[in-house]
Ligand binder design. Sequence first.
Ligand code: NAD
Length: 430
Amino acid sequence: MGVEFACIFKRRLMSTIRVGIIGTGSRGITCIGRQIAEQSVELDIVITAFCNRTESRMQIALDDVNEAASKAGNAPFSPTFYSDPNDLINDDNVDLIVITSPTAAHAEATIPALKSGKKVYLDKPIAHTLEDSIAIRETEASESNPMIMGFTRRYEEPWIKLHELVESGVIGDLKMMLIRAVLPYSFYFQTWHRTRAVSGGALNDKGSHYTDVFNWFAGGRAEKVNAFGGRNVFIEEDDAPEFCATCDRDCAYRTETAMPDTQDQMKGAVDRSYETETDPLKRKDNCVYKSGADIFDHATIHYQYNNGVVASIFYSVYGPQAEDEETLEIVGTKGRVILTRLRGEIDLITDYGEKRHEVIHCKSDNFESSHFGADRKLVQEIAAYARGGGSPVNGWDGMEATRMILGAMKSIDDGGETVHFSDLPDASDS
Ligand SMILES: NC(=O)c1ccc[n+]([C@@H]2O[C@H](COP(=O)([O-])OP(=O)(O)OC[C@H]3O[C@@H](n4cnc5c(N)ncnc54)[C@H](O)[C@@H]3O)[C@@H](O)[C@H]2O)c1
């Protein structure tokens, strides 16, 4: 077959993927949208529709993705703007629906999207409540329409490498896991994440990544959990200011929006996008000490799996910035591994300790891009899935990850009581 004919044949088989994005904020713009723009020619993928409740945030998103497209030498997009997710879902020019709205708005878009029969990408966490999580999963199952979810670590080079290593048996049988996450993430108290009604809790936002990792590695299902935590730094103050922008305190948790010197030069699309929000809860600079937050700033959580594996999360959102702020440690019967996310490194000990400190450097070539290169790979996976490939992580995985976090939050609310997952609602096909 001649080269020319082969190219024509290839084009016929692979039609352009037309993407509609619901929720054009930080994740929709800086991660997914930009990566689609940068790879639009090689993946044959374009953005044809945006949906946002706040119209100005669509124009800011469009300017940003088109700037990324232009830098990559790719053509700009001219998507249709919608305010109602159903209008985007029903648009004949959309094949793949990307949902990156705030967590409490996931179900209202995801359920009709799954029912439309189109391909669906949903960002994690699946939902803010167990009720919504189960409803999404059950729709996915009843419609036989598996979606793909955005558990970033599943697309990050060192985590993939670690999974291969553990599966190969070099540390023997996996027995224990620990994710240590001492994160400089005070922004959870400064944005919409600060209430469970919108986010399901910051622990759901970040911790669902971790429970998904545990499930990916464990090869079983979590049976019970106990946990302690709450708020011990971001404690309400009666005289707390409303926003950083209107506060002159010397405060370590000030957002950059309050720094006049840097305002014009440094602000990216995300800050400009947030600034157009009029609803105070959706601003980016709510004071961390202001009343109204009902999320946790720290937790220690312990899971027991039905195959004997145990797994723990050690978590805070007031940690200092540090290269070892997020690590995964796994102990097996013959060895142990520690993955340090920000270094892109795996420290491996095998053979009962005879082989010490073998450090595997496994940064991807795109480590400097968002989520250490994971979003670039994620968009490649989304394109493969949209063309009929399988989903590496679907709604059942998403439901299970959030169910495990909501179980831990219940334990914390109950003063550390053990929660048995068999006592919590579950999807009918579990
Ligand atoms: N996979 C990851 O690593 C990762 C990283 C960041 C965020 N996320 C997830 O992505 C989602 C969005 O987070 P974000 O940081 O981009 O938030 P954001 O506030 O920056 O963006 C959300 C956007 O959705 C819009 N919006 C609000 N209500 C809407 C509705 N009902 N329908 C449509 N649009 C609506 C907002 O105006 C905003 O533009 C969350 O579920 C979050 O947990 C995932």
